[in-house]
Write a new protein. Structure first.
Length: 209
C-alpha cells in the first residue's frame, strides 16, 4: 500500500473472508536506502518481473555500502523476498565471486550511455528457499557438517543447490515429516497384519474343506 492511499481502519467496513491488511506501507527511500534504485520501471510479463537495478560504484557511504572499485573482485550473494519484507519466505543464492572486468563467477563489464544494451551474455543465478535453520543447530552434533563449518569451509564444498533446496524444506517441516513417516509406518504395519490375518482365515477355510 502506498503512503498516500492510507485511510483510518474501519471495523464496521464490509469485510469479507480473505481480506487482508498490509503490514507496511511503501515509502520513497532516503539516505543509503536510496542508493540502489530501479531504472525506469519494472515490467511484469509472462509470469516474471523484469527489473533493472542501478547503484554507483562509490556511493560515498562506506559505513553503509560496499565501495566497488574498477577491476575489483568481491564476494556476493542474492536474496529476494516473496510477498514479505521480513526474514520469512525469502529465497537466497549461494555465494558467488564478482569480477569488475576481471575473472569471476559473474563478470561485470562497462557500458556507455544511460541505458544498458543487454546482450546474450547472462549469468544465471538459482535461488532457493533455505528454511529456518539456526546457527547453533548448524554447529551442533545434529548437523554432520558442523566440523566443516568450524574449519571455515564454504557450504559449496559439501552441498549443491539441489541438496540445500531439500534440506531447507526438511528443516522447516521436520515435525510434520516425522509425524507423516510414523503414520505411514503404522499404516504399513496394519496392512501387513491385515494381510496375515486374511491369509490365515483363508488357510483355515481350505483345511475345513
Amino acid at each position: 500500500m502506498l503512503e498516500g492511499d492510507i485511510v483510518p481502519f474501519d471495523p464496521q467496513a464490509d469485510w469479507k473472508d480473505g481480506d487482508t491488511l498490509p503490514r507496511r506501507t511503501l515509502r520513497t527511500p532516503e539516505g543509503s536506502q536510496a542508493d540502489i534504485a530501479v531504472q525506469s520501471k519494472g515490467r511484469w510479463e509472462a509470469g516474471y518481473w523484469d527489473v533493472t537495478l542501478t547503484r554507483k560504484l562509490d556511493t560515498g557511504k562506506p559505513l553503509d555500502d560496499k565501495i566497488l572499485k574498477d577491476r575489483g573482485a568481491y564476494a556476493v550473494a542474492f536474496a529476494i523476498h516473496r510477498h514479505a519484507t521480513g526474514t520469512r519466505w525469502h529465497y537466497v543464492s549461494l555465494p558467488f565471486s564478482l569480477g569488475l572486468e576481471r575473472s569471476g563467477d559473474i563478470v561485470a563489464t562497462k557500458f556507455t550511455g544511460d541505458t544498458v544494451q543487454w546482450g546474450d551474455k547472462w549469468t544465471k543465478i538459482e535461488l532457493f528457499y533455505p528454511g529456518q535453520v539456526s546457527w547453533p543447530h548448524l554447529n551442533s552434533t545434529k548437523h554432520a557438517g558442523a566440523q566443516y563449518i568450524r574449519k571455515g569451509q564454504p557450504v559449496t564444498t559439501h552441498h549443491s543447490v539441489e541438496q540445500l533446496k531439500q534440506y531447507g524444506v526438511e528443516a522447516e517441516f521436520a515435525h510434520e515429516i516425522l509425524q507423516q513417516w510414523f503414520l505411514t509406518l503404522l499404516a504399513g504395519v496394519l496392512l501387513i497384519a491385515a494381510f496375515g490375518f486374511a491369509f490365515n482365515q483363508l488357510l483355515k477355510r481350505n483345511q475345513g474343506a
